[in-house]
Design a protein around this ligand. Structure first.
Ligand code: 2BA
Ligand code: 2BA
Length: 109
């Protein structure tokens, strides 16, 4: 069994969850925050059988598109006092950042 951890954009999350559930996957959704942009993203957990990993990946690839975004990221100015100055940066966000982990044990108690 594998645990897929997929970090996706909030905009893609609802559609991705619907697509995964239509394909018979169980999903847990976490509201998360990216360290760089410090804005919200969504992390999905999927516990699945090994042979279903490609099907889950296909759902993620289909739904999650990468986008260019100009964002105002709070960049630390350094020095004392924790001063942050808004700083515009162009970043490519998404499609998805996906980790696949081996699951040692899966139980429902
Ligand atoms: P954030 O950390 O908010 O990063 C959002 C996007 O900003 C990243 O998109 C990337 O294009 C850009 N970016 C991040 N760090 C940067 C830097 N030091 N300099 C320039 N641009 C930078 P993605 O790579 O698609 O990542 C989307 C989100 O996935 C990230 O949000 C973070 O929450 C998560 N993530 C990505 N890689 C990760 C990793 N290795 N471990 C844990 N979380 C990760
Ligand atoms: P939910 O997805 O909201 O599911 C709540 C309960 O609804 C489930 O309880 C199950 O009894 C039922 N259920 C889920 N999908 C169903 C379906 N397609 N048809 C009929 N009934 C369905 P649990 O199985 O105890 O799961 C509780 C929560 O644990 C789930 O909330 C989900 O957040 C998480 N979860 C369970 N299995 C997971 C897995 N393999 N991967 C990721 N998260 C999982």
């Amino acid at each position: 069994m594998k645990l897929i951890i997929a970090i996706v954009q909030d905009e893609d999350a609802s559609k991705l969850i619907a697509t995964l559930m239509d394909s018979g996957f169980s999903v847990t959704k976490l509201a998360t925050t990216g360290g760089f942009l410090r804005s919200g993203n969504t992390t999905l957990l999927l516990g699945i059988e090994d042979d279903r990993v490609p099907a889950a990946m296909a759902c993620i690839e289909k739904v999650c598109k990468s986008r260019k975004q100009v964002v105002t990221s709070p960049m630390p100015m350094g020095g004392a006092g924790e001063v942050y100055m808004p700083y515009p940066v162009e970043v490519v966000v998404g499609g998805a950042t996906v980790f696949v982990l081996n699951v040692e044990e899966f139980r429902k108690l």
